[in-house]
Design a protein around this ligand. Structure first.
Ligand SMILES: [Fe+2]
Ligand SMILES: [Fe+2]
Length: 175
């Protein structure tokens, strides 16, 4: 797999980049980061729910919701890393229509999870005098939600289209 090109992070740059480079960037910049972010967010959420349950601002149910998201996202990312992305890198994008449709559907569910986080945290609004854990939790959730939204956008709007176009081009080139 080609080395990641430093600085290529904007959508306009990625439109013209090789699929293998974009795949490597997504795994490093988003998959690996989500795998670090979620355990820490779950730890903080459990602590905040435990300490502040009587507080009307407490995000009751957030820990359970994040644990479900962690499981679903890990399974989703493994399918991408083990099945879909290797197909893209090998130029088999036209055979990937079914798996891509499944990934797009799961991205809608991930969008739903972002909305659930917003609702449970009352749009990440901290009460006056919130403790450090609560502040760290909401700061971390803000970054995570921005990362996840960018991740979904880059796959839906750039990677899936580029991989399909690259495969079409290769196919026509051979015929
Ligand atoms: Fe992904
Ligand atoms: Fe995805």
């Amino acid at each position: 797999m080609n080395a990641i090109v430093p600085g290529l992070s904007e959508r306009a740059d990625w439109q013209a980049a090789p699929v293998a480079d974009l795949v490597a960037y997504i795994v490093k910049r988003f998959h690996e980061r989500h795998r670090v972010q979620l355990p820490e967010l779950i730890r903080l959420s459990r602590k905040v729910e435990h300490l502040h349950e009587p507080d009307p601002d407490c995000p009751v149910g957030l820990t359970e919701m994040l644990e479900g998201l962690q499981q679903a996202l890990e399974s989703h990312m493994l399918k991408e890393e083990q099945v879909l992305f290797p197909m893209f890198v090998q130029g088999m994008g036209t055979l990937a229509r079914g798996p891509v449709a499944v990934m797009r559907f799961e991205h809608q569910e991930q969008d739903g999870a972002i909305n659930d986080i917003r609702r449970l945290t009352h749009e990440l609004s901290l009460p006056a005098g919130a403790c450090n854990s609560w502040r760290a939790l909401y700061g971390g959730l803000k970054t995570f939600m921005e990362d996840l939204a960018q991740h979904i956008h880059l796959e839906n709007e750039v990677l899936f289209l580029n991989a399909s176009n690259a495969a079409e081009g290769a196919h026509h080139g051979r015929v």
